[in-house]
Design a protein around this ligand. Structure first.
Ligand code: ATP
Length: 292
């Protein structure tokens, strides 16, 4: 085998609360992740010349060793003492710096793909452990489907994934730095009024009305105060016919709606298409990475 093609799926957070601040500067989270069908396409090829080369046309994505896909390949190569040349082509569909874990998904896809292509034999657990060193969302992107995430989001417990639930994703074209959002979060003011138990139960039951009603993300407060247009977009999305609930994903600025069915989702998509920078209908996915 000379190459492998891997889909790198985006994630949304159905629930996200910051529950503590750690000595290392990170925050402890309680979050419910779900993979979505929206994905980047990654082609990984063996190449004769040594080293790792990354190709990506997106102007916001570096192609050097700052690229998370590059770092993932380097990480596996280092683990086995070198594996020769690797070329990685990334076709971006997931908006960048949008709270959808695009970079982490790419890293997960490369860990999975390089492991298979070079027959390295790492187990899923080892890949997830290595992935955690690249980014907090990488273990979930490898895990895929639905999961409760604790710690920095890397301690995962599987939840049965929602099957083919319609979603609408909107991004106003604002790139939000995750670090800056956490810096602005007034942690002492975020009283723990919520718990993920309720939404987790609705996900397990596949009750999308209950899921829609119980969406929660404490990071909306700092993001909405800096970018009122994100709050306005969420409000408009909430009032669409067939919308069971809307929320900002991760540290934003993407907002998503849990929709009743595909028809209403496509009607809402037409409503927003010409007025927002990114608008796509998608569905929940049972996987985070998949070879195609
Ligand atoms: P998170 O919620 O994990 O912070 P995000 O979806 O908000 O993720 P990303 O799309 O992962 O954000 O992009 C964050 C930063 O990572 C961007 O500034 C981008 O330049 C950088 N980056 C590095 N590698 C990649 C990659 N392969 N794809 C996208 N962004 C990348």
């Amino acid at each position: 085998m000379q190459d492998i093609r891997v889909r790198a799926h985006a994630k949304i957070n159905l629930y996200l609360d910051v529950v503590g601040k750690r000595e290392d500067g990170y925050h402890d989270l309680e979050t419910v992740f779900h993979s979505v069908d929206l994905h980047d396409e990654i082609i990984i090829r063996k190449q004769a010349t040594t080293g790792i080369t990354v190709y990506c046309e997106h102007s916001g994505v570096p192609c050097d060793s700052r690229n998370l896909a590059h770092r993932a390949a380097q990480c596996l190569s280092d683990e086995v003492g070198g594996i020769g040349g690797i070329a990685i082509d990334i076709y971006k569909r997931i908006p960048v710096a949008a709270g959808l874990a695009g970079g982490s998904a790419n890293a997960a896809a490369v860990l999975h793909g390089v492991n298979q292509l070079f027959e390295l034999g790492f187990t899923q657990d080892v890949l997830m452990h290595l992935g955690a060193q690249l980014g907090a969302d990488v273990p979930f992107c490898l895990h895929g489907g639905a999961a409760l995430g604790l710690g920095i989001g890397d301690r995962l417990t599987r939840i049965p994934a929602l099957s083919d639930v319609s979603l609408l994703l909107l991004n106003p074209g604002i790139e939000v730095s995750t670090a800056s959002v956490f810096k602005k979060l007034k942690f002492s003011l975020t009283k723990r009024e919520k718990t993920s138990i309720i939404i987790k139960t609705y996900v397990e039951k596949g009750d999308i009305v209950g899921v829609g009603k119980n969406l929660y993300n404490c990071l909306e407060v700092p993001v909405f105060s800096q970018y009122p247009e994100v709050a306005a977009l969420k409000n408009e999305l909430s009032t669409q016919t067939g919308c069971y609930g809307a929320l900002m994903s991760g540290s934003g600025a993407t907002v998503f709606a849990v929709m009743s069915d595909k028809d209403t989702t496509h009607r809402s998509e037409s409503h927003f298409k010409n007025s927002v920078s990114f608008c796509t209908s998608t569905v929940t996915s049972p996987v985070g990475v998949s070879v195609y």
